[in-house]
Every structure is written in structure tokens, then in C-alpha cells.
Ligand binder design. Structure first.
Ligand SMILES: [Zn+2]
Length: 327
């Protein structure tokens, strides 16, 4: 057993260290860096790496990482847990999806593995992906509905055996595993290119940032990570698994018109729907119906807009076309 180093954080076996992955300096002279927490287990085993807030308006990953830092005892851990609560620090500071200082590569989840001499956000993704692909065996990218939507427990994974195993290891409550055919530009894609395993995880968003709802989301995500570590025998205890589990593909339903977005009271997450079932209505400011959203195929809603004002072309509903069950 030896020390595990990520950026400036170096943890001896059985200890926890914090530090940063250094990127660059901003105009005012402050450092642009990525905070990292390294929990190095007492015993040998794989490395689980968790990434939060690649989108700055998604605070669920940071909360999950903080719970795990408090609860995962390195004396009990076989292998290591690397927590990156916030990849995109300037975006997190602005509570915005992307870094306001970089309008050329605003969405950091589209530009992996980045470039050492590229736009600002490309340099952040380059520094992050270099460490991640070197150190990690398994990676979870934590996302949510952000400032505009709420997403229920949903996983995006490729169809290879290792990714499907990681998706299943998330455990009870994680019943929906959507197909990510050719991941490109995100941390999961960088992991796959490096011959390793990563999945994208969605939970939470705008309507779940009240104190109790936010705590619940953080707890559910942390429990899933603990289940993953039990599955790979990194932590003692029995892993549990969801049953049944569904697979399918995402259909993003964009707003056909602008106005006030009002979802049907019966519209619920991960409840089977039939093609043509009503999802939501968009009204103009006089109360006249502009458009009605219907289920495009048999399937289920996994996310809904939670910000009631809507402009044409914005995300309204995250719909899963269900194609079968997983064992
Ligand atoms: Zn996101």
C-alpha cells in the first residue's frame, strides 16, 4: 500500500487528505483550481471517483460528496474514494450551468477530455480528466435538473458489461438505466476511452432545493455510492439491487410555445404511461391554452420542468421510451 496522490492531495493508507487540482490563474490573480478529497483505504482495492457540479447549478453532487466524506471510514475501506465536489467552480459560484468567464466552451459536459492550451473550460476538463483517467477505476458523474427542472433517479450508461454492472451497483431505487450510445465530450466518455468505467447519474434539481428535499437527495445519492462500494467489496456490508429495472432511450420534449408551464397533477415520475397521455399544458398570460404536451410513445416521465415560466425551445419534459427490462 502506498500514498494516493491527486493534485496536491496526498493520502497515506488509512487517511483522508484534501487539496486541489491546479488549473490556472484568473484575471484578478486568484487561482482557478478544482477541490479534491482523497479517502485512501487501509486495504487494497479499486478506486471509485465521484464528480459533482460539472454544471454549476447542480449542487446535489457537492452535498453527496460531503456526506460521503463524513461517513466513509478509511480504516474500513478497501481501495480508495476520490471526491470532486465541484469540477466547475466559477459556474458553481454563479449558480449557472456554465462558467460565465468562458462563453466559447460554456457547457463543460461537452468538451472532455479538454485541451492543455484550449479555452478556459477546456483547460479545466484537461486537468481533471488527466488525473481521473490515471487514478480511477469507476466513475460516477452526478447531475440533476439544475435551475430549471427536477429529474428522478436515472442512470445513463453504455451497453458494455462493465458499465451495466456499475449501473446495477447503484442499488435500490435506481430502476431506470437509459442507453448512452456514443458518449462524447463528457467524463464518462473519457473513462471509456481510457479502458475504464463511468456512468452518468441524475437526481434532483430546482424543486428539490428546499432544506428537507435537498437533504433527501444528498442522502439517496450517498447511499447509492455506498451501495456501489459494497458491490465491489470496497466496504463491508451487503449490496442491494433494484428490481425490476428498465432500459430505454431518452426523448427530450422541448417547449412548443412560450408561457406558463403547468404539469398535470397526475404526471408522476417513473410511472408507466401510454402514448397520448397528457403531461402538461402551456398557457399564455391571458390563460389561453397554447399547447398541450402528450406522451410521445409508451414509456415514462423521468424529469419535468420545475420552473413554471417557459420559452419556446426550452426543456419541458425528460421522457423515457421504455424498450425492455434488465436482469
Ligand atoms: Zn448536469
Amino acid at each position: 500500500m502506498s500514498a494516493l496522490k491527486v493534485g496536491t492531495a496526498s493520502a497515506q493508507p488509512g487517511t483522508v487528505a484534501t487539496g486541489t487540482i491546479e488549473v490556472s490563474r484568473l484575471a484578478g490573480g486568484s487561482a482557478l483550481e478544482i477541490p479534491v478529497i482523497v479517502i485512501n483505504g487501509q486495504k487494497d482495492g479499486p478506486c471509485l471517483w465521484i464528480d459533482g457540479a460539472i454544471h454549476g447549478d447542480e449542487p446535489e453532487g457537492p452535498l453527496m460528496c460531503h456526506i460521503l466524506r463524513r461517513e466513509v471510514d478509511p480504516a474500513q475501506l478497501s481501495g480508495s474514494l476520490v471526491l470532486v465536489p465541484v469540477i466547475n467552480v466559477p459556474a458553481f459560484e454563479a449558480a449557472a450551468r456554465g462558467n460565465p468567464l468562458d462563453t466559447f466552451s460554456y457547457d463543460m459536459n461537452r468538451i472532455y477530455p479538454g485541451k492543455p492550451d484550449g479555452y478556459l473550460s477546456e483547460r479545466v476538463t484537461y486537468a481533471h480528466s488527466q488525473w481521473m483517467t490515471q487514478v480511477a477505476d469507476y466513475e460516477l458523474s452526478i447531475h440533476s435538473g439544475g435551475a430549471h427542472s427536477y429529474l428522478s433517479e436515472t442512470i445513463f450508461a453504455t451497453e458494455d458489461t462493465a458499465s451495466q454492472e456499475l449501473a446495477k451497483a447503484m442499488g435500490e431505487g435506481w430502476s431506470l438505466v437509459l442507453k448512452s450510445f456514443l458518449p462524447k465530450g463528457n467524463p464518462m466518455a473519457s473513462m471509456l476511452e481510457a479502458g475504464k468505467t463511468g456512468i452518468t447519474v441524475e437526481l434532483g434539481g430546482r424543486s428539490a432545493t428546499s432544506p428537507q428535499a435537498f437533504q433527501r437527495v444528498g442522502r439517496v445519492l450517498a447511499d447509492a455510492a455506498i451501495n456501489v462500494m459494497r458491490h465491489y467489496q470496497m466496504l463491508p456490508g451487503e449490496a442491494s439491487y433494484a428490481s425490476p429495472r428498465w432500459t430505454g432511450v431518452q426523448q427530450a420534449l422541448l417547449a412548443p410555445s412560450s408561457g406558463l408551464f403547468v404539469a398535470e397533477p397526475e404526471a408522476d415520475f417513473q410511472k408507466p404511461m401510454q402514448k397520448g397521455d397528457k403531461i402538461a399544458t402551456i398557457y399564455d398570460l391571458y390563460g389561453e391554452v397554447q399547447d398541450v404536451l402528450y406522451a410521445p410513445v409508451d414509456g415514462m416521465i423521468f424529469g419535468l420542468r420545475a420552473l413554471p415560466n417557459v420559452t419556446v425551445g426550452e426543456w419541458c419534459c425528460f421522457y423515457a421510451e421504455i424498450q425492455g427490462t434488465l436482469s
